[in-house]
Each structure stands twice: as structure tokens, then as C-alpha cells.
Design a protein around this ligand. Structure first.
Ligand code: FAD
Length: 418
């Protein structure tokens, strides 16, 4: 009997996977909790002195932690994401966080926040759970190499070498590098034989080449914005558009920015088209100008568009004297003004970069990652989660949802497979 006890203890010990998670961000924390709940011996290596630094910056400090419509798969590799969401999707995520104490507050377009409207609530409950499960987080540990030796992994930081059966790389992308995610995970993956696709900032403000931007700085409008390339509309959004001295911003532009940067990366010309007038058609606008024919053109545009946009529109129409009366304008000039109000185009020259972006497009190529388990197809026992992978999505809680889902699934399989 006693022998059976010892044998089963040794057997259980042998069956317990020791899982090392690199990164205590959104996906790493979920991976740790999931691995521990599935029976693994878990620890985390984090370069910062705290967990979840980036989470605190999300949703303007409110943390748009999921989207109840996340099953719409607004991702660059929807089929891959679908396999993970099929196992742990938005519903299970809401459930997971509700059990930790987060009451969800659903706003427009399915965006979901904690009722407290504080991103720190999410970090606090995750910290509580990590403590409750006795998961050790080794802070101030920057991992610079992972090697395999005698069937186990050696995880090297500046001063120490850790060991584990399984390693989950949850190091994030390259956005907001001061939060700790500066792309170092790509080097770890590359060393293990993985390919990294082109990485560029997404969900980011765009820079424009337009001579009157200084004049337009600070103007915020609700408008339709379109991404145009080769005279084809590639993406349309409606909502807040903000002009700045360097270019254009606002939620609509962030959504468009991924595709825009992709085009720029491929050296293709891309434009943002803004439709300033929404409720009137061409004929109605023409009539409106005709009725105000005695006014100066500048005055006739008051009440139609924000004042700071009037001079740029008139200048672009070829006018230098804004006090010309409407009835003195040629039909061609009036036509040009009206056309610009419906179709104002700006050449995109770049974006604000990783410091300002919300997500990284590109990353570890998914071709060599198992879509069910997130285990590397090249290195057994290595898993990837979150933004370090070539997965990104639109704004609206989708990126964190990917981080939670992928973290949870990788943690589970790292714990249960031998
Ligand atoms: C300003 C901002 C606002 C955002 N708002 C939202 C939002 O409201 N909703 C949404 O869905 N998404 C939002 N996102 C995106 C979302 O935050 C990320 O997609 C998500 O946090 C990615 O999670 P992750 O676990 O992959 O990486 P991260 O959360 O970046 O975590 C990576 C962790 O790994 C650590 N690390 C990195 N390299 C190493 C190393 N070599 N050794 C040890 N540790 C390392 C880092 O310090 C960090 O703690 C926002 C992003 C930004 C920048």
C-alpha cells in the first residue's frame, strides 16, 4: 500500500509540468492562471517591477477589456482566431472576469468595460488571483535567451538561468515600449527558428502631407472617412475625425490606420477622403449658395463646416480672396468648392509610430503555430500568446480579447500535455 502511495506521488510529480511564462501582461497573466488551474507548477518572469503595466493604459484608463461582438472576428487571421475563441471566447472571458469580481458595462458597438471604469480594477483582480493561486512572479527579469537541454528549457536572464518543461512567450508586440513590450519576444522566437512577418504600427494617428494643417489643428468633426488607394475605397468608417498639426486622428482614423500603414509599407500611395457634408446633397448645397449669393463666399460657408476649415477648403479650390461674393464666383470654382465638401483628400505620408500606436500588426508567423493549442510546430513545449503573434484586430476590445483567449488556451495546453 505504502509503495503505491510513493509510486503515485512520483508519478504525479513526473506528470506535473513546470511552466515558465515570459511576460506578466494580459495574455501572460491569463496563461499563468489557466496553467495553474490545470495542474501545472507555474512561475512568471517579468522585466518590469509590476504586473499588467499596459493594461492600465488601455481604453483611456477605462480598459475596454472585451467586446460582446468579438465573435465577428475582426482579425487579420480570422480562421486562426476562431479556433481559439471556439474554446475560450468572449462569453467565457466575461464569465472569468465576473468570477473575479468585474461587473461588465457594455457600451456602444459592444465595447465592454469594468463597471468601475478603471483599468486598474482588471489589474487588481488579476493580481489577487495570481496571489491566491501562489503563482510566483519574478520581477526585474528580462529574458534574453531560451535554450533546450536534456528535454527541458533553460530560460536565461541577465543574472540567472531558470528551467521549465514548457515555456509560454507572452511578451507582447512593440507598441508603448515603455510598458515593457518592445519586440524582444521576436528575437526569442527567431532564435528558436520561427519567422517574424513585417511588423508595423496599427491603431495609430496618421501623418498627412497637407499645407494647411497648422490652421486646422484641433478641429474635431463627425464625418465619414475613407481609405483610398488606386481610386478604390479600401475601408470606410464613420465617427469622430480630429485634425492635428501633423495629420489626422480620432477613432475612425485609428481603425483605418492598419490598412493605410500596410499600403505605405508596400510603397503604395494612399489617401484619406473626408466627407464633410452628410445631410445635404450636391443640388441642395448649390441652392444654398445661390440663396446666399450676396454674401462673401467665406460668410456663405459659416454654419456649414467648422470655421477653421473654411480657408483651407477655399484655398484648395484656388481662391485667394475670401471676400469675393458668391455671385462673382465662376461656376467652375463653386463646383470645386462643393465637390471638396464631399470629397476632401489628403495624402498619407506616415504614422505616429509604435510609441503612439495601440497594437502591432505582424509578428510571429502563425504558419508554424498550432491553431488549437498555440504550441510551436517547430519546438515542442514552446507556446505563444497575445500580440507577439501575427494577430491584431480593430479597436473596440478585440485585441485584449485575443490576449485573454490565447493566454488561457496556451496555459491550459502547456499544463495538460506531456
Ligand atoms: C494605449 C493603448 C491602449 C489600448 N487600449 C486597448 C483597449 O481598450 N482594448 C483592447 O482590446 N486593446 C487595447 N490595447 C491593446 C492591448 O493592450 C494589447 O493588445 C494587449 O495588452 C497585448 O497583451 P500581451 O499580453 O500580448 O502583451 P502586453 O500586455 O504588452 O504584455 C507583455 C509583457 O511582457 C513583458 N516582457 C516583454 N519582453 C520581455 C522579456 N524579454 N522578458 C521579460 N518580460 C518581458 C512586458 O514587460 C509586459 O509586461 C491598447 C494598447 C495601447 C498601447
Amino acid at each position: 500500500m505504502a509503495n503505491y502511495g510513493i509510486i503515485s506521488l512520483i508519478w504525479r510529480h513526473k506528470m506535473t509540468n513546470q511552466v515558465c511564462i515570459i511576460g506578466a501582461g494580459a495574455s501572460g497573466l491569463l496563461a499563468a492562471i489557466s496553467a495553474k488551474n490545470n495542474g501545472a507548477d507555474v512561475y512568471i518572469l517579468e522585466r518590469n517591477l509590476k504586473i499588467g503595466k499596459k493594461i492600465l493604459a488601455t481604453g483611456n484608463g477605462r480598459c475596454n477589456f472585451t467586446n460582446v461582438d468579438a465573435n465577428e472576428y475582426h482579425y487579420n487571421h480570422p480562421a486562426f482566431v476562431k479556433q481559439i475563441f471556439g474554446q475560450f471566447g468572449p462569453d467565457k472571458t466575461l464569465d472569468f472576469f465576473e468570477k473575479l469580481g468585474i461587473v461588465p458595462k457594455i457600451e456602444d458597438e459592444g465595447k465592454t468595460y469594468p463597471l468601475s471604469e478603471q483599468a486598474s480594477s482588471i489589474v487588481d483582480v488579476l493580481q489577487y488571483e495570481i496571489n491566491r493561486l501562489s503563482i510566483h512572479v519574478h520581477f526585474d527579469e528580462f529574458v534574453n535567451k531560451i535554450e533546450k537541454k536534456n528535454g527541458r528549457y533553460l530560460i536565461k536572464t541577465k543574472s540567472k538561468t531558470y528551467e521549465a518543461d514548457k515555456v509560454i512567450i507572452a511578451t507582447g508586440g512593440m507598441t508603448l515600449p515603455k510598458s515593457g513590450s518592445d519586440g524582444s519576444g521576436y528575437a526569442l522566437a527567431k532564435y528558436l527558428g520561427h519567422q517574424i512577418t513585417n511588423v508595423f504600427p496599427a491603431l495609430v494617428k496618421l501623418e498627412l502631407d497637407y499645407p494647411y494643417l497648422k490652421h486646422m489643428d484641433g478641429v474635431k468633426i463627425k464625418a465619414e472617412a475613407e481609405l483610398i488607394s488606386n481610386n478604390k475605397i479600401l475601408h470606410t468608417e464613420y465617427g469622430d475625425v480630429l485634425f492635428t498639426k501633423f495629420g489626422i486622428s480620432g477613432p475612425t482614423i485609428l481603425q483605418i490606420s492598419r490598412k493605410a500603414n500596410e499600403l505605405l509599407y508596400k510603397k503604395q500611395e494612399a489617401f484619406i477622403k473626408v466627407k464633410l457634408i452628410d445631410h445635404l446633397d450636391y443640388k441642395a448645397l448649390f441652392e444654398r449658395f445661390k440663396m446666399q449669393h450676396e454674401k462673401t463666399i467665406e460668410m456663405a460657408m459659416i454654419g456649414l463646416i467648422p470655421k477653421k476649415l473654411i480657408h483651407p477648403i477655399l484655398k484648395e479650390s484656388g481662391l485667394n480672396h475670401f471676400n469675393d461674393q458668391v455671385h462673382n464666383l465662376s461656376g467652375k470654382t463653386l463646383n470645386r468648392i462643393i465637390s471638396l465638401l464631399f470629397d476632401w483628400r489628403f495624402l498619407i505620408t506616415g504614422s505616429k509610430g509604435f510609441d503612439d500606436a495601440q497594437v502591432t500588426a505582424g509578428g510571429i508567423c502563425i504558419d508554424h503555430v498550432d491553431a488549437m493549442t498555440l504550441e510551436s510546430k517547430l519546438q515542442k513545449g514552446i507556446y505563444f500568446t497575445g500580440e507577439v503573434l501575427d494577430i491584431d484586430a480593430l479597436c473596440g476590445g478585440y485585441n485584449l480579447q485575443w490576449a485573454w483567449s490565447s493566454g488561457y488556451i496556451a496555459g491550459k495546453y502547456a499544463a495538460i500535455t506531456t
